[in-house]
Design a protein around this ligand. Structure first.
Ligand SMILES: Cc1ncc(COP(=O)(O)O)c(C=O)c1O
Length: 462
């Protein structure tokens, strides 16, 4: 008990509040204003806002900048936080498909032409979103997307997994540099920042290009966006911000500026060496820079280690369990035919070596006789019947899964991680969806969203 008390006392020393000299996150004029300015300079932004509720709250705030009648282009393989932002903002998504890698059954990118076509087909689009990098480290061609989009459509990027990109030229380009108007970084994912610390960055074009001002002179959207973004940020942010979290963001920014280049250099060279060694293990395939030949993929984050398990008699979920139980390694994602290990810039050669040896041992112990069996399903096509906000407020009831065919879903189904929903509230429940949910259950992946964790029942809109 005494140890717990002294631990709590140590924590309490850090846990201050808006005392004189400690500034106010909701009216920053002192140390927080200065820290946000330093962050903007470090990341090439015009303005940066600290987020204490993860990248999620930045995505929500940016979606709330648009008008409620706005249409927003969003890749369908985006993170579940987009759903929340659409409910809050009331805007309507124009979902677009991602490019699915058939052996792995996952979306790795969006082709620039897909976004440009959606922008040409739909009137009233104010914003187009990309997720770059994906959970698997693949980055879209942000610069080409920006070029192809009309200037009155702002490009925003969920760069939750790419906060480290500005600090070394061998890593993919940060989206702000390639013309994004706004990006959201989940700092806690790739910087040494406490969990849920994140940042929203605004680029030059968020404040309006000459073209965008000409588009509607009487009411420059940029001015409205600026005002609405601030209002949304304050609406979504706690009035009791955690100072330890704020301090970790500021310290990590200084660390990235002072040491980021050196550590990222080491991490990049370790990744290159060990990805090549992993590829020599029989039965597995470690994906890397060759993914840039896949449609829509411009660059790949070296620190995401995507391993396909073609010749191993284990699913990714079983492999992850063995790694956890027998080797004390926690992978980031486990799916039927793959695992993703996420290395940080602070992992050293011993960590990489241990990971390599663990995979090598497992591959040797569980060889497959021939190619891995079983079909890999990709998420089926969606059919949106109600906007997210309409679906959120609609009355719902519970039915047995098999009775839900042809009804409109009242809840989300999202394998987690990566948290990409295969069914959203307001979407039609088709036979393909029911079959896909059955497949997900059979693979034993974690699923978030449904009220019934066994997915025998599902909420439908009444
Ligand atoms: C691509 C992507 N975007 C956004 C988020 C939300 O980030 P956070 O958990 O920091 O709110 C995640 C979380 O995993 C993510 O993977």
């Amino acid at each position: 008990m005494r140890a717990v008390k002294s631990d709590l006392e140590a924590l309490a020393w850090l846990d201050v509040t808006e005392l004189p000299g400690l500034d106010d996150l909701h009216m920053p004029q002192g140390i927080i204003a200065e820290a946000q300015k330093l962050m903007a300079q470090a990341c090439g932004a015009q303005e940066s806002y600290f987020l204490l509720n993860g990248a999620t709250s930045g995505i929500h705030a940016l979606l709330m900048c648009g008008t409620t009648s706005a249409k927003v282009i969003i890749p369908r393989h985006s993170h579940r936080s987009f759903w929340g932002g659409l409910v809050l903002s009331g805007s309507s998504p124009v979902w677009i498909p991602g490019e699915i890698q058939p052996d792995l059954g996952i979306a790795l990118s969006v082709k620039p032409q897909t976004i440009a076509q959606a922008a040409a087909m739909h009137r009233g689009v104010e914003v187009a979103w990309l997720t770059s990098p994906t959970y698997y480290g693949t980055c879209c061609d942000v610069a080409t997307v920006r070029q192809l989009l009309p200037p009155n459509i702002a490009l925003m990027v969920d760069e939750a997994h790419g906060a480290h990109f500005p600090f070394h030229p061998l890593y993919p380009h940060p989206a702000l540099r390639d013309g994004a108007a706004a990006v959201v970084n989940g700092l806690h994912k790739t910087w040494p920042v406490l969990t849920s610390g994140a940042c929203l960055h605004l680029g030059q074009s968020f404040f309006g290009t000459p073209e965008r001002s000409n588009w509607n002179r009487s009411k420059p959207p940029s001015t409205q966006w600026d005002l609405r973004l601030k209002a949304a940020y304050h609406l979504l942010t706690t009035t009791s911000p955690s100072y330890p979290l704020l301090a970790s963001i500021d310290l990590a920014r200084a660390f990235m500026q002072q040491e980021g280049m050196r550590y990222l250099e080491r991490a990049q060279s370790l990744a290159a060496k060990y990805k090549s060694r992993l590829n020599q293990i029989k039965g597995i395939r470690c994906y890397g820079a060759e993914l840039t030949t896949f449609p829509g993929v411009k660059a790949v984050d070296p620190l995401k280690v995507v391993i396909g398990l073609e010749g191993i008699a284990l699913s990714g979920i079983q492999m992850a369990r063995i790694l956890r139980d027998e080797y004390r390694i926690e992978v980031e994602v486990a799916q039927p035919r793959l695992i993703v290990a996420m290395f940080s810039l602070l992992h050293d050669i011993l960590d990489w070596e241990y990971f390599f040896k663990s995979i090598d041992n497992i591959a040797e112990t569980y060889p497959a006789n021939g190619k891995a069996e079983g079909i890999i399903y990709s998420p089926p096509r969606w059919h949106m019947e109600l906007t997210p906000r309409q679906a959120f407020w609609a009355p719902k009831r519970r039915v047995k899964m098999e009775e839900s065919l042809g009804r409109v879903a009242g809840e989300m189904v999202a394998p987690y991680p990566p948290g990409i929903p295969c069914l959203l509230p307001g979407e039609l429940i088709t036979a393909d969806i029911i079959e896909y949910i059955g497949y997900l259950k059979s693979t034993q992946v974690n699923i978030q969203g449904p009220d019934d964790p066994n997915l025998e029942y599902i909420l439908i809109i009444d």
